[in-house]
Write a protein of this length. Structure first.
Lengths: 506, 452
């Protein structure tokens, strides 16, 4: 195969972008600009530097409900329905994404309509209507999401969220972004108005804008958003995550035909750290999201047909299940991260084997590391592949702002820079330092009434031979014999069986 | 979680960029603004190529005009999708691992999908990699070879895909709705296929060879290349790598359904806790770039079900009886289903909600849409399509949709020209023609502990 040169430019890069990082304004406002002379689009990402970690105790969901009531509500001048009618002919949208550390209002518009659109968008954020009917509508959305979607009809996200809570006990990251049932139930419209008043300050707002906007727009925004109360951004203090000791499992029961599996532990690394980039290569080798590159995907799905997909992550993985995106999500930065493995639903009779298979591969990675050839191939892949992630202006802006959150240079640029300097020894040293096959939390969504039996099988290291529709090759069958008795050593004391109906209640 | 909530869906990208690059076409009122090159090789393989300002990047699609619609034999539902998986199992020259290794070396994004009418294989990679992509793609399309053991292993992965979708009630609703609504046509089953057929897939190795022989033929495929490439080199490479591909001869006869005679009601108990979901399907038209029916149905869906509609305002915003309500029909080669979905907040209000939907449909038959509303809808639809064409992969996706339907990329311009011509009377006409009681199938999913 021919030698390929590095991809240096993609479509948005061809637009002659001017990136402007502003000093924080006097009142506390922060701006990030990516101006293009040729793009007809203008894209906004307005970040509120508050997320579900800012929810007061007993009112979990307040941050989310406030953001939804704003984004799905009206302005002082226009009802929600009147606003929708104005946006409709432009096919314009205003979305909000609620995460743990930040909340992002995302909008995009053709510049022909920029003036009229900006007026509506800024009014929505600066003079929200807070109509009781809009508040009630969004409260129902939040409650129904927890009670009727997450707990019952979305097993893969249920497994991930159950793991998140299990990995981060007594920690703000252990809570759902949407809140809890009891929290949402008690929140009043006055609570929302009060939270808006206290939280939507100049110090907490960070305005990202990209595309073909006139320079005067930024000045206008400074003036308009400068009317918000001044303030200084004060991050919520986070405790150090409780170190995971032993292998512990949370088994979640609900009616289901296949078992969704997630496992992991917190890691003390983020994009700002040099070692993150070494681990990025190792993780891609183990389980690059939605590709056939990873060891997990090849061994569990490719060789054994256990399920649809098997991946690993070194940042909290969100989205993907419903969005179908093959690339990482944006504007979900966290100050503390985790390593996780995600096994898509496995036939119940093979679930125990699948967990063992994943742990077996993780153990191999920790013990043996990557070969020089694997390292070179994976490094090259990540350098190329990451350049596909920011193919639109909106994504480019999102990555820029995430990079600033982490206090690092532009993430995709840094990937190339760091990876070029790496050696196989750096990567394997990072694997040894940050990954381990013991001391891990496991979440499994199982059928109703089957939880205790499944947990007992795990804690007693019961033999779990895989059942095939038709047997694979001899070499795989031989390895199966080792995997089916691979000791997981799940600690019964630290493990539990819960019903999905009881999760995220308070 | 519901991390994102939006006023309207985010379908955003550069319209004026589009117009700036395609001034000539814009003057001719073509929605698709880019230059479209078309070349057909002697063996019938068509190459559609679109230069796009994405230096260093190329999107490479192979559109196979075969989907679950082609699964006419009993017991073979889901096979087109299964076969899409088998296409990643390698050849003699590039066995599975070697194929993946080549893709990895390129840092390519590579995947595929199957629907009723198409199986599409797509790669996004460095423009430098074009020849390598063409070499490995032509190789697998012409020389696919897999063992029976691999075949059976992949069949298990298909069951895994079914399982991953299973917890969502929408998959089952679609299964039941199509099964009830159609009698003969292959749209009776979903692209995933009936579970009993999925469970039998490991036994269908011989049939899989036949399937490849029938459909993976040059006259049934279109290459779509978007981005940074040289047209002359592209054609030379296509000739070099695909020139020896032999034409096929299989012809397909998909039985069409007779008109539905009476309303069909399908109760669907669900044992995991959920709010009631009401799904209503009407038999609609097939896609056409010359008949007004399908464009008029698309506008009808906006009049009755968009966020600006009276129905949405009543059910979602004012009375807040439902979480959402939506209705529309995807384009399909044969007559498809117009489907309406709503999730009702309180089971006591199911009848009220259903009746409100029927009233809204009846109103569309008697009250023609206003000129202002029609203009807003047409503007919305144009922006929505054109603004989505902001990157090579989205342009490739946007044009492949029409190639799937007719084999001709020009269909996109023809159908948007038809949208322009739709009148209020056309919308009344399709409301009367397709939205009658005897033409509908109603699926009602409700939570019933222990039943499913």
């Amino acid at each position: 195969m021919r030698t390929l040169t590095l991809i240096l430019a993609i479509s948005v890069c061809a637009m002659a972008l001017t990136i402007k990082l502003h000093a924080i304004e006097k009142g506390g406002l922060k701006f990030t600009e990516i101006q293009s002379t040729t793009s007809p689009l203008v894209t906004f990402r307005v970040i509120l530097r508050a997320g579900s970690i800012n929810d007061p105790a007993g009112k979990e969901g307040l941050n989310a409900l406030t953001a939804y009531t704003i984004a799905q509500g009206g302005t002082k001048d226009l009802t929600y329905q009147q606003l929708v009618e104005k946006l409709y002919p432009w096919a314009a949208g205003i979305n909000v994404q609620v995460d743990q550390e930040i909340t992002t209002f995302i909008a995009e518009i053709h510049r022909d309509h920029l003036d009229a659109f900006y007026k509506l968008f800024s009014d929505l954020l600066l003079s929200p209507r807070f109509d009781p009917a809009d508040f009630q509508r969004m409260k129902d959305v939040g409650l129904n999401y927890i009670k009727n979607t997450l707990r019952s009809t979305d097993d893969e996200n249920l497994g991930k969220e159950a793991l998140s809570a299990f990995m981060f006990p007594d920690h703000p990251y252990g809570k759902l972004e949407a809140g809890t049932v009891k929290g949402l139930e008690v929140i009043t419209l006055d609570d929302v108005k009060d939270y808006y008043k206290k939280t939507y300050t100049q110090g907490n707002l960070w305005i990202g804008i990209a595309g073909g906007y006139p320079k005067s727009l930024v000045e206008r925004m400074k003036k308009d958003f400068g009317k918000l109360p001044t303030g200084k951004f004060e991050p919520v203090k986070l405790p150090t995550p409780v170190p995971v000791k032993d292998v512990e499992a949370i088994i979640v029961e609900k009616p289901t035909r296949a078992y969704a599996i997630s496992m992991g532990y917190p890691i003390p690394l983020t994009r700002k750290d040099k070692d993150f980039y070494a681990l990025l290569v190792a993780n891609s080798y183990l389980g690059e999201h939605r590709t056939f590159n990873g060891v997990l995907m090849n061994r569990l799905r490719g060789d054994r047909g256990l399920n649809y997909g098997d991946y690993s992550y070194i940042e909290k993985f969100v989205g993907g299940v419903t969005s179908g995106s093959r690339f990482p999500d944006l504007n979900t930065p966290l100050r503390q991260q985790c390593f996780t493995i995600w096994l898509r639903p496995v036939q119940s009779e093979n679930a125990h084997f699948a967990i063992r298979n994943a742990m077996f591969e993780l153990k191999n990675l920790v013990r043996d590391g990557l070969t020089k050839e694997d390292f070179e191939a994976t490094r090259k892949f990540v350098i190329y592949y990451s350049k596909l992630w920011a193919s639109t202006l909106s994504r480019r802006l999102g990555y820029q702002m995430d990079s600033e959150f982490y206090g690092t240079e532009y993430f995709i640029g840094r990937i190339e820079k760091e990876l070029k300097k790496l050696t196989v020894n750096d990567v394997n040293a990072a694997v040894k330092k940050y990954l381990h096959d013991s001391d891990i939390k496991v979440a499994v969504v199982v059928d109703e009434g089957k939880g205790q039996e499944f947990l007992n099988a795990l804690t007693t290291n019961q033999k779990s031979p895989i059942k095939y529709a038709s047997p694979p090759s001899e070499s795989i069958l031989n390895q199966d014999k080792e995997i089916e008795v691979f000791p997981l050593n799940v600690n019964a004391e630290g493990s539990k069986v819960v019903n999905a109906k009881d999760l995220f209640e308070r | 979680m519901i991390r994102t909530v939006g006023i309207l869906l985010l379908f955003l990208a550069p319209v004026a960029l589009v117009f700036a690059q395609g001034k000539k076409e814009a003057k001719e009122s073509k929605i698709f603004p880019y230059q479209v090159n078309q070349v057909t090789l002697d063996n019938g393989l068509k190459i559609v190529s679109i230069p796009f300002d994405s230096p260093g990047i190329v999107a490479y699609w192979t559109v196979v005009r075969t989907g679950s619609r082609n699964e006419v034999e009993p017991g073979k539902s889901g096979f087109a999708h299964f076969f899409e998986h088998m296409m990643f199992r390698g050849t003699e020259k590039y066995p599975k691992d070697a194929y993946n290794e080549v893709l990895k070396q390129m840092g390519a994004d590579n995947n595929a999908f199957t629907s009723d009418d198409v199986t599409a294989y797509h790669t996004l990679a460095s423009a430098d990699a074009l020849e390598t992509i063409m070499e490995i793609e032509s190789d697998r399309f012409m020389n696919l070879k897999y063992s029976e053991e691999d075949f059976k292993t992949e069949a298990s992965a298909i069951l895994g895909e079914y399982n991953k979708n299973y917890s969502s009630p929408f998959m089952t609703i679609f299964e039941k709705m199509r099964d009830a609504a159609y009698e003969e046509h292959t749209y009776k089953h979903t692209t995933m296929g009936f579970l009993k057929d999925i469970l039998d897939m490991p036994n269908q190795y011989e049939y899989s060879l036949q399937f490849f022989d029938r459909w993976y033929r040059p006259e049934n495929c279109v290459l779509v290349v978007v981005g940074d490439f040289d047209q002359k080199k592209l054609v030379a490479l296509a000739t070099k790598y695909y020139g020896n591909w032999k034409r096929g001869s299989y012809t397909l006869d998909v039985p069409l359904d007779p008109p539905q005679k009476e309303e069909k009601l399908v109760p669907l108990p669900w044992k995991a806790q959920t709010l009631p979901i009401l799904a209503i399907a009407y038999h609609g038209p097939a896609f056409s770039d010359s008949e007004i029916d399908m464009p008029a149905v698309d506008l009808f869906s906006q009049v009755v079900f968009s966020e600006t509609s009276e129905l949405y305002n009543k059910l979602v915003v004012e009375e807040q009886l439902v979480e959402f309500v939506q209705g529309g029909q995807g384009d399909s080669r044969d007559p498809g289903l117009f489907t309406i979905f709503t999730r009702v907040k309180n089971p006591d209000n199911i009848d009220k909600v259903r009746d409100a939907i029927y009233v809204a449909i009846e109103n569309a038959k008697t009250k023609p849409v206003s000129a202002d509303n029609l203009a807003a809808i047409k503007s919305h639809m144009k922006y929505q399509y054109a603004m989505g064409l902001d990157a090579p992969e989205s342009v490739a996706r946007g044009i492949s949709h029409y190639i799937m339907l007719t084999g001709n990329p020009e269909s996109v311009n023809r159908v948007y020209a038809l949208y322009d011509k739709v009148t209020p009377e056309d919308i009344v006409m399709v409301a009367e023609k397709y939205f009658a009681k005897e033409n509908r199938t109603v699926v009602l999913l409700t939570y019933q502990e222990g039943k499913q």
